[in-house]
Each structure stands twice: as C-alpha cells, then as structure tokens.
Ligand binder design. Structure first.
Ligand code: TRP
Ligand code: SF4
Length: 403
C-alpha cells in the first residue's frame, strides 16, 4: 500500500455561517479538517451565499457570525499557514461559475436532489419555492469545481450534492472539452515530460485505446499525477488524451465521507442547536461545569442508594466519547452497584471535556481580542482563493469560447 501522501491532492469544504460552533461540529467536522490540512492542499470556506438560500429574510451572514465561526476554526487548529480560509461572497467567481453551469444543468437534475424536497418539508414556515434554493446544490458544485477539488469531506446528507457535481462536470467536459487544436496541444504536452515518461505515456495510451487495458489507464493516470514539470492545463489535456476524450476542464471530485459522528448532546439526543442541548466549543469553564452537573441521569437513580443503568443515561453517552476503557468500566460497575453518586460519575467527564477545551479556549482568546486579525486572515485567504478560482474560470470561459 502506498504510504506516501499525495501532496498535490486538493480538498474543498464549506460550512454555512451559524455563528459559534459546538462540540458536535468539533468532533464531526473540525477535527477531520485539522487532520486533512496536514496532508492535502485545503480550501475551507464560509458559505454565506448558501445561508442566504434558506435564510434570505434573516441576515445570518453578518460579519459577526462569519468571524465567530472562523475564530472557532482557528481555535480548533485550522491554520492559515496550512489551509486557505476564505469567505464565499468575497470570491465572486463562485457566482460566475454558478451562472455558467446553470446554463447546462437540466432542471430535473436539481429537482430530484433529495435535499430539495426534504428541506422544503422541514422548513415549511419558509417559502423555499425560490430559484436560489433550487440552485443550492449547483452553487455547491461551483464551489467545488472552481478549485478542481479531488476530495470533498462531507457528511452523508451531502453525498447527493457531490454526485450532482460529478454529473455537471462530466456534462461540461463533454460539451466543451474539445479544444480546436486539442491533438496538437496534447502532443506538445507529451514532449514536456522526460523522454522515458513520454515513451511510457504513448505506450500506455496505445494499450488502453487499442486493447481496452484498464491497468494501462490506471498506470497512465498515476504517471501524470507524478509529473512535476507540467502545468495543470497540460496535465488535464493529457488525462483526456489518454482516455481518447477531449480535455478534462473540470475534474470530477470525490466525496470523502466523514464518519457519522453522532455527538450526543446534554439530553442524550444528537447535539444540535435546534434541540438546545449543546456545549459550545468555547464554553466558559463555569458554564461547562454547570451544564454537565445539571445533565439528566437515569431516572432510576433518584437516591444515592438506588442502582442505575448507564445505558439509560445521557452522561454515559458522553463518557463513551471522552473516557478510556478503565473509566467506562468504573462507571458501569459503580452505577449498577450504586457505589457512588451521579456527581462523582460526572467529575472525570467534566475534567476530560475541560482538558480538551483548554487549548482551544486559549487560542480563541487571542483572536477574540484581535478581531482585525481574523478579518485579515479571511481577506488574505479570499484573495488567495480568488487567484486559483480565476484560473479555472479562465479555462471555463475559454472552453465556452467567450474569448
Ligand atoms: N451544503 C453544505 C452544508 O450544508 C455546505 C457547503 C456549501 C459545502 N458549499 C460546499 C460543503 C462545498 C462542501 C463543499 O453542509
Ligand atoms: Fe448516569 Fe453515571 Fe449516574 Fe449512572 S452514575 S446514572 S451513568 S451519571
């Protein structure tokens, strides 16, 4: 198995600006992002236009919300030196690509995305029969394709959006992937590789196209991945040429499913703002203490001497996230034998959550005291993102023959 990590793989993911995040976001998403930024070229952005599709009547994209969320990202360990952090609305190319893609996207593709009907049902009080809301997943496709992402870390509920993105990319490449002088450009690109690699490429291409040898295709693709000296455009030309198609202008991304982390909330239900059962990522230590002390427990343990069942207790659910096997055993035995009270049981849990949060709070403090630094990170990230986005859009516009 290959243990070397492909540094040139690109990752894109976004979050709608909901303001301050909670431990569910941390365990479900942010920890994963923090890890990915070390191994891939990552773009993480605040999807403020997406928020507008469902909350057009409420300014949920306010600068405060955006900054609060980005402070949480930074506090969790997303580093501007390792990932590009930006704001969707500060990169107007997202809107431009969305518009262009909308021209080739059949209405039926958008209507059949499951979240379209689901969300309309769920948010009945809102009028979501809007043009913008129908286009929600296509805007997301633009977010992803604009950076030619290889991977998109998302939860289960977003997989259909990535699938749509792949279909739109395929359609785009199919319609516009024929450059006038494609063959000539591809041949020139081959010559930019080393003699040995050029020969190997031609060989593999022949094997795939004449004999349908799938292995040759795979080896050929790996060969292109490993080229250091050819431009992104040439690489895509050669990918297309290898398969006998036109140029791949918008590569198809893959969904990288984040393990469904069903972070339990204070009441045993999934942690969610709408249930009011959250612990904020930057919760004040005293408030955190009180919140856990007040958590409901197995009602059978009304008195200290009453035995309980941890499986009926939301505190135990949290223990499962935070405690080692030894502590879990201790809880299990002590609860069933009524050898200690619920507050004793909660003590190691409180300590573990506090310990996890301590460095996060510390890092957050810096940024809370210097919001202009947060702004600067967002501004710089957005500028860097724009450069990459512009390159893709130039390719797109050229393919659509606007130049
Ligand atoms: N739709 C995503 C969500 O609700 C947020 C999002 C917008 C996104 N654009 C994206 C996620 C691009 C990944 C990639 O969670
Ligand atoms: Fe829950 Fe612990 Fe009390 Fe048992 S002892 S009911 S697991 S808090």
């Amino acid at each position: 198995m290959a243990t070397n990590i492909p540094q040139n793989q690109r990752v894109v993911s976004g979050m709608r600006p909901t303001g301050k995040l909670h431990l569910g976001h941390y365990h479900g998403v942010l920890k994963n992002w923090v890890e990915m930024q070390l191994n891939y070229e990552c773009f993480f952005f605040v999807a403020d236009w997406h928020a507008l599709t469902t909350h057009y009547d409420d300014p949920s994209g306010t600068p405060t919300h955006v900054e609060d969320m980005v402070i949480d990202w930074l506090a969790a360990g997303i580093a501007p030196s390792s990932a590009t952090i930006f704001l969707q609305s500060q990169v107007p190319e997202h809107a431009e690509l969305h518009l262009l893609l909308s021209m080739i996207t059949p209405l039926s593709w958008l209507e059949r995305v499951p979240t379209y009907k689901d969300q309309q049902e769920k948010l009945r009080e809102k009028d979501l029969a809007t043009y913008g809301f129908l286009g929600y997943p296509l805007l997301q496709s633009a977010d992803i394709l604009l950076y030619k992402a290889d991977m998109v870390p998302v939860g289960e509920d977003q997989v259909a959006h990535i699938e749509l993105t792949r279909e739109v990319a395929r359609r785009f490449n199919h319609i516009y992937g024929r450059e006038a002088d494609f063959e000539k450009r591809a041949e020139e690109a081959i010559k930019k590789m080393s003699k040995k690699d050029s020969k190997l490429y031609r060989n593999l291409r022949k094997r795939y196209q004449e004999q349908g040898d799938d292995e040759a295709l795979e080896v050929g693709q790996a060969l292109l991945e490993s080229q250091q000296n050819i431009s992104v455009g040439d690489r895509e030309r050669l990918f297309g040429y290898l398969e006998g198609m036109g140029k791949i202008i918008l590569p198809e991304p893959e969904a990288k499913l984040t393990k469904a982390s069903k972070m339990p909330g204070l009441d045993g239900q999934k942690m969610s703002k709408s249930y009011g059962n959250t612990i904020a990522l930057r919760e004040n230590p005293d408030v955190l203490d009180t919140k856990i002390r007040k958590m409901p427990t197995d009602p059978a343990r009304a008195r200290l001497t009453d035995a309980g069942d941890p499986e009926k207790c939301p505190v135990f659910d949290l223990h499962k996230v935070y405690s080692d096997d030894k502590t879990l055993m201790w809880v299990n035995e002590g609860c069933r034998a009524a050898s200690f009270g619920c507050l004793d049981c909660k003590k190691p849990l409180i300590d573990a959550v506090q310990a996890e949060m301590e460095p996060i709070r510390e890092r957050a403090k810096e940024f809370e005291n210097d919001r202009s630094a947060v702004r600067a990170i967002i501004d710089e990230g957005s500028e860097a993102a724009r450069e990459v986005a512009r390159e893709t859009l130039d390719d797109v516009v050229e393919a659509m023959r606007f130049v």
